[in-house]
Design a protein around this ligand. Structure first.
Ligand SMILES: [Mn+2]
Length: 331
């Protein structure tokens, strides 16, 4: 039983319809770290949101409970983060890894698997209790266990909002890197029917080739979406087209860096361009109001910045919009 509040209020596990799994993990962060502090940062900033939403009413009424931030995972993260840094520096400088480094690479990969298993265990328990598990990262590797849980139960597609394609088969030697999540997801034994990516604007040529050739992946590159809008197409038209690519059941994986860095200055790998908060809000609303069901979601890569609570404030609002849209779609 957790005593943690979210949106400045507390609701028991039993009385809640939605259970948030916080995962303070960013071991493989490759540029800026701090996503492990995301859950705490969002919880803190969330207390000043108004519960009433103009589209969804008061989503909070359905009962939202957040599990305690797992301190063991946090501590393991802080220790392994230092080991990962050493390996990353050698990769950057093209220095071969020592046997010791290879040992710690194995340890890190195993630790990532343990986090996935822990998340899956939580998600299974929550679903068994007839509640909806959602996940708050952490870096973008953290929702893998939740998506795997769904993949064992349902046919669904993923709406993936991100600056990055996350289709690398590993990154800097890490199999469960934040940059590999969608590669790992699409290689599950029963992968999602469809992966629809939005906001993507920073990727390598191999990822581009995969996105172009994979029969189940459709990527809306951010510059292409923007070009179409500059030429006169409306965001509403584009959102409808994006939603039409998705099957009846949809899971949303929301990497905060899919937004413009104006809305997430602290995030680990910010990229200029991206969606405005309102564009993301409208996309979620369009999906919720189509005849599809949002079965679950994650929010990742929120990290504190020198600008006080801003990153957490935006993260909390994205979280609330996703909760609202999900509940609306399930009515
Ligand atoms: Mn990502």
């Amino acid at each position: 039983m957790s005593n943690s509040t979210i949106f400045g209020t507390w609701c028991s596990y039993e009385d809640s319809n939605i259970i948030i799994i916080p995962v303070p993990w960013d071991v493989t962060a490759s540029y800026g770290s701090g996503a492990s502090l995301g859950p705490q940062h969002i919880i803190h900033a969330s207390s000043q949101l108004d519960f009433f939403d103009l589209t969804y009413g008061v989503p909070l009424d359905s009962g939202i409970h957040i599990l305690e931030i797992p301190q063991q995972i946090m501590q393991r993260n802080n220790f392994l983060r230092q080991c990962a840094k050493k390996i990353q520096e050698k990769y950057e400088d093209d220095i071969p890894l020592s046997p010791e480094d290879i040992e710690s690479l194995h340890t890190i990969n195993q630790a990532c698997c343990n986090v996935h298993n822990w998340v899956e265990k939580q998600a299974e328990r929550i679903l068994f209790d007839d509640k909806i598990p959602v996940l708050l990262g952490g870096d973008h590797s953290t929702p893998f266990g939740l998506i795997r849980t769904w993949s064992n139960r349902e046919d669904f597609g993923i709406l993936h909002i991100d600056a990055h394609a996350d289709l690398r088969d590993s990154y800097q030697g890490f199999h469960s890197s934040h940059a590999s999540i969608m590669h790992n997801v699409m290689n599950l034994p029963t992968p999602p029917q469809k992966l629809v990516q939005v906001g993507i604007r920073d990727l390598c040529i191999e990822e581009y080739d995969i996105s172009k050739s994979h029969p189940s992946i459709h990527t809306y590159f951010d510059p292409h979406l923007k070009d179409r809008m500059f030429k006169g197409e409306t965001w509403e038209r584009l959102c409808k087209e994006i939603c039409e690519q998705l099957p009846e059941k949809v899971y949303i994986s929301f990497d905060i860096d899919g937004l413009s860095p104006l809305f997430c200055p602290g995030t680990g790998t910010p990229v200029p361009g991206g969606l405005s908060f309102d564009q993301a809000r409208f996309l979620i609303k369009t999906l919720a109001q189509s005849d599809r069901t949002i079965i679950g979601f994650d929010v990742s890569e929120v990290a504190p910045s020198p600008q006080g609570e801003w990153d957490g404030n935006v993260g909390a609002r994205v979280l609330y919009q996703l909760i609202g849209g999900m509940l609306y779609s399930q009515k």
